[in-house]
Design a protein around this ligand. Structure first.
Ligand SMILES: Cc1ncc(C[n+]2csc(CCOP(=O)(O)OP(=O)(O)O)c2C)c(N)n1
Length: 677
């Protein structure tokens, strides 16, 4: 489908890209010109002759994905979007890095059409791409059909990426690369911009490993080529695509700041504008008109227009093939569409909450039951744990694991994902799967190790995507494993991530409603904090409406007449608060109890509701949480009290640690009594 191109015209395409990046960075007087200049040959070869996309429909599900893991090279990505006809007018390139532009400092998903993933934190894009490739393989296994070696149906696209020295140095690329190699993600192709330069200078300063040997050892197919030789790059990409059982790395030797007489090959090309004089000198050395800025020559524009046209013809053909598959596979096609629309049955809440009203259990156990009900009701649910499936209780029992060979010889038909002990990569991979758009993915570990997954959680929040993180063993009640395994600051540290909804359910009903919210109502990422220890089923007031749980907080126990205070609690401390209220009732102290499964959902309620649940004046609010609890301070009012834990825990049976730290009905009641008196 590619149209003929002369070597001279190809050079001009590359130089157009280089010079657009130079001009954008110069205009902003800020940014990274060196990497785009060095990557231009790789990027043009990939976008022009290999990638399948339709710039008029950036969300076309069959498109190949492009991940610029070295997000600081964003000027490259924006210039490519402009050249290949996406909604990226030249004015946006001139406005690089300015407020309100479509060209922010680093690529931002959801902000710029055609950007597949937010990158910038080095290594993150690498892992997100692995998630996208995994989602594609799982899509193909579930929905496409094979006749001999020919597939028809969705999930056949390729995930391409450009990764850099910084990506390779970051540990997350080792984690994600290891899993990609283990799973044999043959639809993943990364080009490594091996320019041997980072900010501080040569990679000799800190990076001497044999990258080729490392990736071979991880089970990748590795090639090397000259990153300025378009023919060699093209050949390597074709060989990489033919390799369908292993992910591919193409190590492309490049020169940072290619073409710049005084900066090429040095770290001075990395992160500062070339400036007017050096830009002119560079253009001259590239055979470009030195005075021209933001130039796309007519012959280049004509060629690109033709290229886009042929890509759109290719898209029509592929859509035709998909329509054929849809005709022959109406059930699979309906299920695929339902997945992509993240459809849920209208009776989901009833199905998830059924029979849990009176059941005492750890919320992780409730969650297990609910995950399995949800998996039945919502086919797009997939996920797994970072080697703690037996503790996090995340297994979808009706399904096999990804990597397990099924009766048709397929390895990706399962819905359970073993991420291995790779929480950092898991964060990115879950996000990559969410970005792919077919599945509703979750990843799990202990709450204390949410720190290890935090970069991915933050990016999920920044992108506003529906990644779910299941964190069990959510407090000092973990017990014997001791302070290294007992989260203290984690609930607070998750709650302060903008856009993340933290749900800490207090019993089976709240756990079911938390999952129902994730499947039915969430518009961004969610983190579930679940207990290891058994919790009693809560008694709710007559006429209680289950959906009130989605308001983030609700009155669980009202008192007649005037209350002397309100106990505000989350998760496992809700039943503690009830026990305290009942105990003090006998002493003539009447207390309301408010359960707060999610501070974020509560904060989003109208003021009237918030004031009715937690009056801002009058009797004090006492917040109870088996953790720092500092994010609950805003609810306390002037005379309230935070009953939390401001130290690390201890290694002992859970009940003893709880007693030591005051989390028993006796001790908590005493503290409340003292405060009120
Ligand atoms: C996790 C993370 N740490 C640090 C940075 C800051 N940073 C941006 S670019 C860069 C150097 C990257 O070097 P390389 O990947 O070789 O890019 P090149 O010099 O080729 O442009 C660093 C340290 C970052 N973006 N992400």
């Amino acid at each position: 489908m590619s149209i003929e191109i002369t070597p001279a015209l190809r050079d001009r395409l590359e130089n157009t890209l280089r010079c657009l990046a130079i001009d954008s960075v110069n205009a902003a007087n800020s940014g990274h010109p060196g990497a785009p200049m060095g990557m231009a040959a790789m990027a043009i070869e990939l976008w022009d002759r290999h990638m399948r996309f339709d710039p008029s429909d950036p969300d076309w599900p069959l498109r190949d994905r492009f991940v610029l893991s070295a997000g600081h090279a964003s000027a490259l990505n924006y210039s490519l979007l402009h050249m290949f006809g996406f909604e990226m007018p030249m004015g946006e390139l001139r406005n690089f890095r300015q407020l309100g532009s479509r060209t922010p400092g680093h690529p931002e998903y959801g902000h710029t059409p055609g950007i597949e993933v937010t990158t910038g934190p080095l290594g993150a894009g690498f892992a997100h791409g692995v998630g996208m490739a995994l989602a594609a393989r799982m899509t193909r296994a579930r929905f496409a059909v094979r006749d001999e070696e020919e597939w028809s149906g969705p999930g056949q696209h390729v995930v391409y990426g450009i990764v850099s020295d910084g990506d390779m140095m970051e540990g997350i690329s080792s984690e994600a690369g290891s899993l990609a190699g283990h799973l044999g993600l043959g639809n993943l192709i990364y080009m490594y911009d091996d320019n041997k330069i980072t900010i501080d200078g040569s990679t000799d300063l800190s990076f001497s490993e044999d990258v080729q040997a490392r990736f071979v050892a991880q089970g990748w197919h590795v090639q090397r080529c000259d990153g300025n030789d378009a023919i060699a790059i093209g050949d390597a990409l074709r060989v990489a695509r033919e390799e369908t059982e292993r992910p591919s790395l193409i190590i492309c030797r490049t020169t940072i700041g290619y073409g710049s007489p005084n900066r090429a090959g040095t770290s001075s090309a990395h992160g500062s504008p070339l400036g007017e004089e050096e830009a002119k000198a560079t253009k001259r050395s590239l055979g470009w008109p030195p005075e021209a800025q933001f130039l796309v020559p007519d012959d280049v524009r004509d060629y690109l227009n033709q290229c886009v046209l042929s890509k759109r013809i290719q898209r029509r053909e592929m859509d035709g093939e998909l329509a054929n598959w849809q005709r022959h596979q109406p059930e699979l096609s309906a299920e695929w569409k339902a997945c992509r629309a993240r459809k849920v049955p209208t009776d989901l809440v009833a199905r998830l909450t059924e029979g849990l009203e009176k059941k005492d259990a750890a919320t992780r156990k409730h969650s297990h039951e609910i995950i399995n009900r949800l998996a039945e009701a919502v086919p797009c649910l997939v996920g797994g744990s970072a080697d703690l499936a037996c503790s996090n209780l995340t297994e979808i029992k009706s399904s096999s694991a990804v990597g397990e060979v099924d009766e048709s010889g397929e390895r990706f038909s399962g819905r359970n994902i073993h991420f291995g002990i790779r929480e950092h990569a898991m964060g990115g991979i879950v996000n990559g799967m969410a970005l792919d758009g077919t599945f509703l993915p979750f990843g799990a570990t202990f709450l204390v190790f949410s720190d290890y997954a935090r970069p991915g959680i933050r990016l999920a929040a920044l992108m506003g995507i529906r990644s779910t993180f299941v964190f069990t063993h959510d407090s000092i009640h973990v017990g014997e494993d001791g302070p290294t395994h007992q989260p203290i600051e984690h609930l607070d540290s998750l709650r302060i991530i903008p856009g993340l909804t933290v749900l800490r359910p207090a019993d089976g009903i709240e756990t079911a409603m938390a999952w129902a919210w994730v499947a039915q109502a969430a518009e961004g990422p969610a983190a579930l904090a679940l207990t290891r220890q058994t919790l009693p089923a809560l008694e709710r007031p007559a006429g209680f409406v289950l959906e009130d749980i989605w308001k983030g907080a609700y009155v669980l126990r009202e008192v007649e007449g005037e209350a002397q205070g309100t106990l505000l609690a989350t998760g496992s401390e809700v039943s503690l608060a009830v026990a305290v209220a009942e105990r003090l009732q006998g002493e003539g102290i009447s207390l309301r109890v408010v359960s707060m499964p999610s501070a974020e959902l509560f904060d989003a309620q109208p003021e009237g509701y918030r004031n009715a649940v937690l009056p801002s004046e009058g009797a004090p609010v006492i917040a109870m949480e088996a953790g720092m609890g500092d994010t609950l301070r805003k609810y306390l009012g002037g005379r309230g009290m935070l009953y939390g834990i401001h130290r690390f825990g201890a290694s002992a049976p859970g009940a003893e640690v709880a007693a030591l730290l005051g989390f028993t009905p006796e001790k908590a009641a005493e503290a409340v009594r003292n405060h009120l008196s």
